[in-house]
Design a protein around this ligand. Structure first.
Ligand SMILES: CSC[C@H](O)[C@@H](O)C(=O)COP(=O)(O)O
Length: 333
């Protein structure tokens, strides 16, 4: 398997030397457009607006955002302030704060600051790509024979430095000729599954079966799925998994139907400073994401909306947490 991104899928984040170029994921697959950010604050805004999304990808974008900031200042306190604004763009995926902290930790002196920041951002990007390929191999090794998969959200090249986390395992199974059917949940309200995962897989010649999220239970009951494979936005020290809203429901359903649940995430997603999910801020997004459909209002005016974009799945419901350093399994209960 070549150490590259999947065939044909454009990179979500590109350092151009003058700007951070972001593939605007809000309009995919209908329109392939790019946003050129020329400041760290523009990158922070783009992360907040979900021009770029996916835990590892926002970490890479933030690291390059600091590279932009370091072109305009040699002051470490100014760089740290830019880092704080980047971290505040989205609270749940720990890769964002991890990447900012890692870049800042490298910057001990004002001399050669711009080059140091850029080198660290490039290292973060390269390491993420390598981690994805390692996780793909580890994840596929956990599974025997031909495997029918259910996956959620988008965890592919668009969400990472390339290849993907959960989708990397799907790609690996495909490369080994062991991929059966792949069910992709549409992932309301932002439709990462329908818009992004289905698009990415098609580019690799993998034909997914797209379903509405609420069809998951009956598809599992029909016997068409062997394993649910998702990514993560944060894994706590206790092994709780924060991931796209709906992941917890899928884990409960998988356990009820006797299916396996695999979470695939690089060590940059593992937050050993947090013990359990209850300590983590779950991002809430605007009501309009739920009350409107394709720009048209569908819910009555004034309806109250609760729109958390992540949920927490307890470790006990997970069979494997796959990282580039190896596979963790919960202790037998
Ligand atoms: C590999 S990215 C981490 C996740 O598994 C991904 O599915 C996810 O939840 C991303 O959320 P998003 O809100 O689209 O940034």
């Amino acid at each position: 398997m070549p150490e590259s991104i999947s065939k044909g899928c454009p990179s979500p984040v590109t350092w151009t030397g003058r700007t951070v170029r972001l593939l605007d994921q809000r309009w995919l697959p209908a329109r392939e457009t790019y946003v050129d950010c020329d400041s760290s604050d523009a990158v922070a805004e783009a992360i907040h607006a979900m021009v770029v999304r996916g835990a590892p990808a926002i970490g890479v974008a933030a690291a390059y955002g600091l590279a932009l900031a370091a072109r305009n200042t040699t002051r470490l306190d100014a760089l740290a302030a830019a880092g704080q604004r980047l971290k505040a763009a989205r609270p749940t995926a720990v890769n964002l704060a991890w990447a900012v902290d890692r870049v800042l930790a490298r910057c001990k002196t004002e001399q050669g600051l711009a080059a140091d920041v850029l080198a660290e951002a490039q290292a973060i990007e390269a390491e993420d790509l390598r981690a994805n390929h390692a996780m793909a191999r580890h994840g596929a090794e956990c599974l025997q024979g031909t495997v029918n998969v259910y996956t959620h959200c988008n965890t592919g090249s668009l969400a990472t430095a390339g290849f993907g986390t959960a989708l990397g395992v799907v790609r690996q199974l495909h490369a080994e000729g062991r991929l059966g059917q792949v069910f992709v949940g549409e992932t309301r309200p932002w439709l990462q599954g329908a818009r992004l995962t289905a698009w990415e897989l098609a580019m690799d010649g993998i034909e997914p079966t797209l379903i509405v999220d609420s069809a998951a239970a009956s598809v599992m009951r029909s016997g068409a799925v062997d394993v649910v494979i998702t990514g993560a936005d944060r894994v706590t020290a206790d092994g709780d998994v924060l991931n796209k809203i709906g992941t917890y429901s899928l884990a409960v359903l998988a356990r009820h139907h006797g299916l396996r649940m695999m979470v695939v995430a690089p060590m940059s997603t593992v937050d050993l400073d947090t013990t359990s999910a209850s300590e983590i801020e779950i991002e809430q997004r605007p009501a309009e994401e739920v009350t409107a459909w394709n720009g048209e209002r569908v819910a009555p005016q004034g309806v109250s909306v609760f729109n958390p974009v992540f949920d927490a799945t307890p470790y006990a419901l997970i069979d494997w947490i796959v990282t580039e350093q190896g596979v963790f399994t919960p202790p037998a209960s």
